[in-house]
Write a protein that binds this ligand. Structure first.
Ligand SMILES: *Cc1c(COP(=O)(O)O)cnc(C)c1O
Ligand code: SF4
Length: 284
């Protein structure tokens, strides 16, 4: 279930390994927890069409596939009904039409699932479908694939990213510096050599990266690879993930210390998504 490349970056025989903890199912997930739900960020209420979510001004999020290369145990879309709610190649035409009809939309965000699970032919078809929409300026791709299956970062993918008129942003998802080693480094270097802007989002996870040292090293390594730390997310309260929660006070302390130690661009915004708010809430 877990890609070999990702496993190779774990410390063998260490049950506390920060990469292992992100993917290992444990008994605590089964404990019922009041306040933890299957749709913690109100995704289903923000549905703007099949596979399309709109919560924020000027941006729509599209789910082209529900598939991921890995199953992160803390994933806030763990229980999302992907089978009914994604816009695959057969459904995306109507989503593209609705984007074309709404001039306020400047940015399409491909999220997931992991959009890079789609092959380059399908991605190129999607790009060709949205390129003609004149009011679109940017395409953003949220992906964890370069981290979990670095081989996905092919030369053909890099060329695709460089093609067309839209400004591209790639938002990676690495939570720990140990994820940014070996072939993952090479994959990120290849993507950093495209025209895309590279950002990273991480989730604050107890027992994985809930320390000043872990966050500092993550931020430093990202910038070394020319990836800007964008968001550090407070965990969304999704059923089965309660054992990963880090108290807000601890998160605030870590981020304030990071800010005192590191250059401004190296420190992510610590954010939390509150259903119904016009933007992700910046905590620090
Ligand atoms: C997080 C999110 C975005 C992107 O928000 P930014 O603050 O621009 O990164 C867009 N749409 C949805 C539905 C989201 O959950
Ligand atoms: S890669 Fe992202 S969407 Fe996929 S399981 Fe992990 S957190 Fe969820």
């Amino acid at each position: 279930m877990v890609p070999l490349s990702y496993v190779s970056r774990m410390r063998a025989g260490d049950p506390h390994d920060p990469l292992l903890r992100q993917v290992l199912p444990i008994a605590a997930e089964q404990l019922p927890m009041a306040g933890w739900t299957t749709d913690p960020v109100g995704d289903l209420a923000s549905k703007a069409g099949q596979g399309v979510l709109q919560k924020y001004n000027g941006r729509v999020l599209m789910i082209l596939t529900g598939a991921c290369a890995i199953h992160c145990r803390y994933c806030f879309r763990r229980h999302y009904p992907y089978a009914d709610e994604s816009a695959g190649p057969r459904e995306w035409a109507s989503a593209v039409e609705s984007i074309a009809a709404d001039k306020s939309i400047e940015e399409v965000i491909l999220s997931g699932g992991d959009p890079l699970v789609l092959d380059d032919v399908l991605l190129a078809e999607f790009l060709a479908a949205i390129e003609p929409i004149k009011h679109l300026k940017r395409l953003r791709i949220h992906t964890r694939l370069p981290i979990v299956i670095p081989d996905r970062a092919t030369d053909a993918l890099a060329q695709l990213i460089d093609s067309g008129r839209l400004t591209k942003l790639l938002v990676l998802h690495a939570n720990h510096a140990n994820e940014l080693t070996g072939d993952a480094r090479l994959a990120i270097e290849k993507l950093a050599n495209t025209n895309a802007m590279l950002l990273n989002q991480a989730v604050l996870l107890r027992g994985v990266n809930d320390s000043l040292a872990a966050q500092r090293t993550l931020c430093q390594r990202l910038v070394e690879l020319r990836v800007m730390p964008y968001y550090l997310h407070q965990l969304d309260r999704v059923t089965g993930a309660a054992h990963f929660e880090t108290p807000l006070a601890k998160g605030l302390d870590i981020v304030r210390r990071l800010r005192a130690e590191l250059p401004g661009y190296m420190v992510p915004r610590y954010v939390q998504e509150i259903a119904g708010e016009p933007n992700k809430r910046v905590l620090a």
